[in-house]
Design a binder for this molecule. Structure first.
Ligand code: URP
Ligand code: ZN
Ligand code: ZN
Length: 489
């Protein structure tokens, strides 16, 4: 038998990246893309992609997987179920969280999450390290050691009773990140406003899930963004602002970027396709749509789309945070909880790409290249996974989703593969679905059927890279040349 030229050839598809769009064969050898061209040699596996779109596998840069919450429950996924779900939705790389809680040793936490992922994941993964207990040993010893090992993003909360770190510790974390060349991702909402509104609403008997939306008053977002941006400017530390939900939030980011600051920003499908009205359901049903920040208004959706179009926001992640609608999850405090007792978060790791493909490609909003950019290429670049991940190019990992652009699918609870067992998008019909998905050249979903083994995903160590590098632009207060010689950062 003559030796085959390639392990796999995806034949005759319409290949599209964030910039290119052409018909070609894509040949794979040893897990990476070996050639792109016409009439390429034979592959051990031949995949016919005629009349199909051949796109980079999605990079989901924000997903809570098998994660212990501050309230002490693990969300409804294992690494296996979450990544199987991701794969079915065309995602081949996920950035999830190693979540430190107060009193926990960060190194132990990271080791534990790595072990869970190694056992179950079917797609490639890497971690943001949540810092909820920024002690001296965490910031001075554990963070530098872990960043060196390849965990180069820190995640911080400015709200949630048991997670928020407060202003001074946030400054300490930004400084620790600067010293170790890590990027800092932030859940930025004003904690006082959220806490005060929540208490008042519950005291007055407004306890239904719909009141969750106003308990996070819209002003709490831009206030926290502006405070965070001021801190980041003082320390000269790049930041990523997670899950932007309001027009004022978009404006704050635009203004900061306009001043030349290194501020990246993310939004999620729930802020493009849902509004606060989705939570207005009988009884506690609205809990299924409860996430933080909450979905807002149609006008906010428009502002976010515009922010994406202009590049003020670069990334659309899922913020997958699944809790089943039962006593193990959303209803852990019983059948009649106040909204304050309901776990925040939505499943979305599988629906992210189909929802966005439908809106951006099938319905034409911002188009195919922008779809690839915000769902794969930009997150790969910002989190320093590019050029290995996020595009289709010779030498890149063969992470590819073959899309049937015409297939219509009505989203339904039983269609999804994650552990929440419901989707907040049930009943919506989308046009376009990933039929076959490859991860490092291995077919992991073939025409909708899972073919991957648990544990076949691999950990992706990452340095911070250029996105995490400071500007080198000190404000006068911390510049020894202007502050009477004080060396502060
Ligand atoms: O409601 C959400 N998004 N839950 C997950 C944790 C977070 O705030 O990102
Ligand atoms: Zn968050
Ligand atoms: Zn999140």
């Amino acid at each position: 038998m003559p030796e085959l030229a390639f392990d796999c050839v995806i034949r005759g598809g319409r290949v599209a990246t964030a910039v290119d769009d052409f018909v070609a064969d894509v040949a794979i050898k040893d897990g990476v893309i070996a050639a792109i061209g016409r009439n390429l040699g034979q592959g051990g596996v031949e995949l016919d992609a005629k009349d199909r779109l051949v796109l980079p596998g999605g990079v989901d840069a924000h997903a809570h997987v098998e994660q212990l919450s501050a309230a002490g429950i693990v969300n409804s996924d294992t690494f296996e179920s979450a990544t199987v779900s991701a794969a079915h939705g065309g995602t081949t790389t996920v950035i999830c969280f190693a979540a430190q809680h107060r009193g926990m040793n960060l190194q132990t936490v990271v080791g534990d999450y790595l072990a869970l992922a190694k056992k179950g994941a079917v797609i490639d993964y890497t971690f943001h390290m949540i810092i909820a207990d920024p002690t001296e040993v965490t910031l001075k010893e554990h963070v530098p050691a872990l960043v060196l090992q390849g965990h180069s993003t820190l995640k911080v909360f400015m709200t949630y009773d048991l997670l928020n770190v407060g202003d001074e510790k946030l400054l300490d974390i930004l400084l620790a990140a600067r010293h170790t060349k890590a990027l800092v991702c932030v859940h930025a909402e004003n904690h006082g406003m959220v806490s005060w509104m929540g208490k008042r609403l519950v005291e007055k008997g407004y306890t239904a899930p719909k009141y969750h939306t106003i308990s996070h008053p819209r002003g709490c977002e831009a206030e926290a963004f502006n405070r965070l941006i001021a801190f980041a400017e003082l320390i000269d530390q790049p930041i990523m602002i997670f899950h932007v939900s309001t027009a004022e939030g978009v404006a704050a980011i635009r203004q900061a970027r306009g001043r030349g600051l290194k501020v990246f920003a993310e939004t999620c499908p729930q802020y493009l396709f849902m509004t606060a009205k989705d939570l207005d359901k009988p009884g506690v049903e609205g809990a299924k749509w409860m996430c933080s920040p909450p979905p807002r208004t149609e006008a906010d959706q428009e502002a976010i789309w515009q922010g994406l179009a202009l590049g003020d926001l670069q990334v659309i992640s899922s913020d997958h945070a699944p809790y089943a609608f039962d006593a193990t999850g959303k209803l852990m405090a019983g059948d009649h909880p106040t909204f304050k007792q309901i776990a925040n978060g939505l499943p979305g790791i599988e629906a992210r790409l189909p929802l966005l493909f439908d809106a951006m490609v099938s319905k034409g909003r911002l188009g195919l290249h922008k779809f690839v950019e915000v769902t794969a290429t930009a997150p790969a670049k910002i989190y320093n996974l590019h050029p290995r991940k996020g595009s289709i190019a010779v030498g890149a990992d063969a992470d590819i989703a073959i899309w049937d652009a015409k297939r219509q699918v009505m989203l339904a609870d039983n269609l999804m593969h994650d552990g929440a067992r419901y989707t907040p998008y049930a009943g919506r019909t989308v046009t376009g679905w990933p039929s076959t998905v490859l991860r490092r050249g291995e077919v992991i979903v073939r025409e909708g059927e899972l073919t991957a083994k648990p544990g076949s995903g691999t950990w992706l160590p990452r340095a911070g890279g250029a996105p995490a590098a400071p500007l080198g632009r000190l404000t006068a207060d911390v510049d020894p040349g202007c502050n009477f010689g004080a060396k502060l950062i």
